[in-house]
Design a protein around this ligand. Structure first.
Ligand SMILES: [Zn+2]
Length: 571
């Protein structure tokens, strides 16, 4: 100390004033500091910082390690990042997470398996944990098989060998399923009369069934036993932890097919018990064809926009507003458009966000025309309306969306289905899809996500890599790294953080690592900014925090996950 007398006087003054600087009462110190890292803040300038301090769940400082260290008191948790890269917790703009979570503890997950052998091994291991006769169910995107080394589907004999004493059911996307003989007899499936209309039992050259049921199999899944409520609760916790492992801290859930009020109860229970580790913004779909408007008015009378808290909130209506305007081919009838207008006008009057599933630019004019009409009466820009999918959006449609203040939720549909588009529409059409750079330059808010988990993986790193290398799941190069529609690494990350936070109407609270925002972040296993593009997809989180709380930790940080350690210790 340069001036010992001044120091002594200061201590004396503090003592006189009755202030005591003790470890327990260090009011301005941080709860946690992260030092010596490469923190990608995703602020307006995409700045990088070395260190960050957290108090009471929020970020109180970012800066150099030397400066942030000064905020550490005796009881502060100090985390040495050792040069690792930190990103804001990622937010999926369109994940059917409630539905995925329900079955996660009772299904065998093939996502992330790099070979069919590994997929079969996961079935074999699951079989050892359950009783003979218990179902083993795999439902996975078709693209999963394309990422297998073997590039093929399983045979029935392989499934039987993996689990001889259990009925096994494997479904790819919504068009192909294979069952073992035990599964078929358990469900009493003997002929085409026993499967849903439109589905077909496949037979080999000699006329014997192969175990495959193909074509329209959507409702075949409903024949399988449903998880119990406890299994759904466990599944929700496990699925969200799996998302935390991949650096996700939030999802925007657009409801979807077969999601009824009872399907939300496991999620709500985990929320009530304060066990959510993913922030959920969920919207409500029209459920009964023809009575959607009445349902909305009834359900939402007691559920205003934004209702909930920082972990779970109601985020408006969609992605299916009415059945009649869902997946429209050509032009919907005048009456259907009128009904749709009535609902979204009512939504605007009530300050509700709307997210709308739309597949093709060719006929999106009818949707935008209705929204423009509403906008003349009630400005929709403050309401954060979004169009979901629309992979072939034209510059004209994007201009109209920009004029309305409407955002765009982009998913990796071309990673999953690009090869099909290539065959049907050609290389140039596929190269443009989705035109994220055109959208960004026009000024449309672009967000990123997956549409998981039936048609897509939930892994954000798979999607980030696809944004940057433009390769489909099978490896087909749809567009190269220099393509005009290929975003920069910084922008792709921005789509997955600030872009999706905008969709959740929470970009003022999360989506970037800035002072005052929630401390949602992930410490990555690889440096996203410099690692070769083809390695981005295998990145994982080593430490994920939600509101400053460690929700997932591995490797050098494993000891930080106290709760997990306790849970495992007591099992
Ligand atoms: Zn959709």
């Amino acid at each position: 100390m340069k001036n010992p007398i001044a120091g002594a006087i200061k201590v004396a003054v503090l003592a006189v004033a009755g202030l005591a600087v003790t470890p327990a009462a260090w009011p301005q110190s941080a709860d946690t500091v992260l030092l010596n890292g490469k923190i990608l803040t995703v602020d307006n300038q995409s700045s990088t910082r070395e260190a960050l301090a957290i108090r009471e769940g929020k970020i109180i400082a970012t800066g150099s390690s030397a400066d942030v260290k000064k905020l550490a008191g005796p009881s502060t948790r100090v985390i040495d990042l050792q040069g690792r890269t930190v990103v804001p917790g990622m937010i999926d703009n369109h994940m059917h997470a409630t539905r995925a979570a329900e079955t996660f503890s009772t299904e065998v997950n093939w996502i992330g398996a790099t070979s069919l052998a590994e997929g079969l091994d996961r079935i074999r291991q699951a079989a050892q944990k359950v009783k003979p006769g218990a179902w083993l169910i795999v439902v996975t995107p078709s693209a999963t098989v394309e990422t297998f080394k073997e590039k093929r589907r399983p045979t029935q004999a392989e499934l039987v060998a993996a689990a001889p004493n259990n009925p096994v059911y494997v479904q790819l996307g919504y068009g192909w399923t294979m069952m073992t003989p035990l599964a078929l007899t358990t469900l009493n499936i003997n002929s085409d009369a026993d499967v849903p209309a439109g589905a077909k039992i496949e037979k080999d050259a000699s006329g014997s069934p192969t175990g495959v049921i193909a074509r329209n199999i959507v409702t075949l899944f409903d024949k399988l036993p449903k998880p119990t409520f406890d299994e759904q609760v466990e599944g929700t916790k496990e699925f969200f932890r799996e998302l935390n492992r991949l650096g996700l801290t939030g999802v925007v859930d657009p409801g979807g097919n077969n999601v009824l009020p009872e399907d939300y109860q496991a999620l709500f229970k985990v929320w009530r018990e304060r066990e959510l580790t993913i922030r959920v913004a969920y919207s409500l779909c029209g459920m009964t064809p023809g009575s959607e408007f009445e349902e909305y008015k009834n359900y939402l009378a007691m559920m205003p926009m934004g209702f909930g808290d920082e972990m779970l909130h109601f985020n408006g209506i969609g992605e299916r507003i009415t059945w009649a305007m869902n997946n429209v081919n050509g032009l919907a009838s005048e009456a259907d458009r009128r009904k749709y207008y009535d609902i979204v006008k009512w939504a605007a009057d009530h300050g509700l966000t709307v997210t709308m599933h739309w597949g093709n630019d060719k006929n999106v004019d009818q949707l935008l025309t209705i929204w423009e009409r509403v906008n003349k009466e009630v400005p929709v820009a403050p309401l954060r309306w979004t169009v979901a999918h629309l992979d072939n959006a034209s510059p004209q449609s994007l201009q109209r969306m920009k004029a309305l203040g409407v955002g765009w939720t982009v998913q990796d549909a071309m990673y999953n289905g690009g090869d099909q588009v290539l065959k049907q529409e050609g290389a140039e059409a596929l190269r443009r899809m989705p035109p994220v750079e055109t959208a960004r330059k026009i000024g449309v808010v672009v967000s990123a996500g997956t549409d998981a988990h039936r048609v897509s993986t939930y892994n954000p790193f798979t999607v980030l890599q696809w944004f940057l290398d433009g390769k489909t799941a099978s490896g087909t190069p749809a567009r190269g790294p220099q393509d005009p529609e290929t975003p920069s690494r910084a922008d792709a990350l921005r789509f997955y953080t600030m872009g999706s936070a905008w969709v959740a109407r929470e970009d003022d609270r999360r989506g970037s690592l800035e002072v005052g925002k929630l401390a949602d972040l992930a410490v990555l296993s690889k440096d996203y900014t410099t690692v070769p593009v083809e390695q981005i997809g295998s990145t994982v989180s080593l430490l994920t925090m939600v509101g400053g709380k460690v929700v997932y930790a591995a490797g050098p940080y494993a000891h930080l996950e106290e709760k997990r350690a306790r849970r495992e210790g007591s099992d």
